[in-house]
Design a protein around this ligand. Structure first.
Ligand SMILES: CC(C)(COP(=O)(O)OP(=O)(O)OC[C@H]1O[C@@H](n2cnc3c(N)ncnc32)[C@H](O)[C@@H]1OP(=O)(O)O)[C@@H](O)C(=O)NCCC(=O)NCCS
Length: 183
């Protein structure tokens, strides 16, 4: 699926099924210390390639976890792997998660990928979570039509600390119905 832009400055982003070789592109972007600090809830052993491969083998084998590779069209028309996006399930709740190569941040790629993924995946509601200081991810969720539900505290392995995490839901109309809404 392609998120075509009316504005030429917006990125041309496409999602496709994951190929084994994508893990070679994902690993360095998900082992990037700056990105890990930002995400905060990232896996603690992110620089362990064997653990990374084992985790993604499990995820890719799980039919209830849709995962896509985010591709960015480059100036010459070729595509490069820009990141990943998936929906996983936590106690029955669908939760979206995404990661973009730091070299490509701030170009609207995550926003385009979330829009394309939500068009492709029918499951609703979809929850989103971001560390309260992860301004990029908070903005991606807000721009994508998620409604802010509440802030809770959780242990963030990358910070080795308990930090605030903001919980969102999509579509925004689900915020009124969900039992997770803050009183
Ligand atoms: C969060 C992340 C996915 C954002 O990806 P991205 O492709 O740079 O996001 P976009 O370009 O679509 O940005 C969307 C909005 O967020 C803003 N934004 C992005 N990064 C930002 C940052 N570090 N600080 C403040 N705002 C930021 C953009 O300016 C844009 O806002 P605008 O529409 O008002 O201009 C990316 O930084 C990342 O992969 N981080 C590490 C992993 C992570 O945190 N994943 C999410 C876990 S919850």
């Amino acid at each position: 699926m392609t998120a075509q832009s009316a504005n030429a400055a917006q990125p041309v982003v496409r999602l496709r099924a994951v190929q084994t070789s994508d893990l070679d592109a994902w690993f360095p972007m998900m082992a990037d210390p700056e990105a890990i600090q930002m995400a905060a809830f990232a896996s603690p052993n992110a620089d362990d390639r064997a653990a990374f491969d084992a985790r993604y083998r499990r995820i890719l084998a799980d039919a209830t976890t849709p995962v896509r590779t985010v591709l960015l069209q480059q100036a010459d028309g070729s595509e490069r792997v820009a990141g990943s996006i998936l929906i996983w399930h936590d106690e029955g709740h669908a939760e979206i998660s995404y990661w973009i190569d730091r070299a490509l941040w701030g170009r609207g790629i995550a926003t385009a990928a979330v829009a394309a993924f939500l068009q492709e995946i029918d499951e609703r509601p979809v929850y989103g979570r971001a560390a309260a200081d992860n301004l990029g991810s908070l903005r991606v969720l807000e721009r994508s039509g998620f409604a802010r539900l509440r802030t809770e505290q959780g242990f963030a392995p990358a910070r080795n600390a308990v930090i605030d995490e903001v919980v969102f839901v999509y579509p925004a109309s689900a915020a009124e119905a969900t039992h997770l809404k803050q009183p």
